[in-house]
Design a protein around this ligand. Structure first.
Ligand SMILES: *[C@@H]1O[C@H](CO)[C@@H](O)[C@H](O)[C@H]1NC(C)=O
Length: 240
């Protein structure tokens, strides 16, 4: 907290999407429609999964959790972005900026682990069908969800702990429509190379790790389905 008081920057200026009046109206309408779609669609999925007892299975529980995260993730940035669009001078307070970054990365982290869990669920259902129910037990499902949240929080706090110790002494223009670690890390008056590296490595490790695990799960599924359709690759691809 001392660092917070020492720093001279109390708010950040978001350069955002500056453009003509028509473009702004167009962007506002487009983003509002998309945001509404995200919220309504995901809430619909959540309600459906909770209400319909046919959907009380691991796959749909994980899907509903993913929908919940999607609602949260878009709500941390999109409404502020839309309400900022018509303004000439877009600012965000230091604390809101830090909060926004943390929430974004917590939920981003949760989302990535949930995607891995969902891939694992499909891998088990297709490659180990006889043991599916014992492997994807309710206990394992809940463990996946808890692991997702722990990963998200650890990921976000590890980024945050780098950023919060930096001296923000003047430059406060963020070339984006929301706060994010890679942008904010450009601003402090200090030798920031190693911090930039740490932030990039942290997020890079998360996303590349998720990407390769997902890819791997698809390869396993493809090979299994391919073998079962006795070497017919196009049939296997359709199933995949
Ligand atoms: C998230 O997953 C857990 C564990 O499977 C489940 O108990 C919970 O109902 C899910 N949350 C939602 C919103 O569906």
């Amino acid at each position: 907290m001392d660092q917070l008081n020492d720093s001279m920057v109390s708010e950040f200026v978001l350069l955002g999407l500056s453009s003509s009046w028509e473009t702004k109206v167009f962007l506002m309408l487009t983003f509002s429609t998309l945001y509404l779609g995200i919220i309504v669609g995901n809430l619909f999925i959540i309600i459906l999964v909770i209400a319909d007892s046919y959907l009380h299975s691991p796959m749909y529980f994980l899907l509903a959790n993913l929908s919940l995260i999607d609602v949260g993730l878009s709500t941390t940035t999109v409404p502020k972005m839309i309400s900022d669009l018509p303004k000439e001078h877009r600012v965000i307070s230091f604390h809101s900026c830090m909060t926004q970054m943390c929430f974004m990365h917590i939920m981003g982290g949760v989302e990535m682990v949930l995607l891995i869990a969902m891939a694992f669920d499909r891998y088990t259902a297709i490659c180990k069908p006889l043991r599916y129910l014992t492997i994807m037990s309710p206990k394992i499902c809940i463990s996946f969800v808890i692991a997702a949240w722990v990963t998200g929080v650890v990921h976000a706090l590890s980024q945050f702990s780098f950023v919060i110790i930096l001296p923000f002494c003047g430059p406060n223009k963020v070339d984006s429509f929301s706060c994010d670690f890679p942008r904010i890390i450009q601003l402090p008056c200090t030798d920031r190379d190693k911090f930039e590296f740490a932030v990039a490595a942290n997020s890079g490790f998360m996303s590349m790790g998720t990407f390769f695990l997902l890819l791997l799960s698809y390869v396993f599924i493809l090979v299994t389905v391919w073998k079962r359709s006795s070497g017919d690759l196009s049939k296997a691809l359709v199933t995949l």
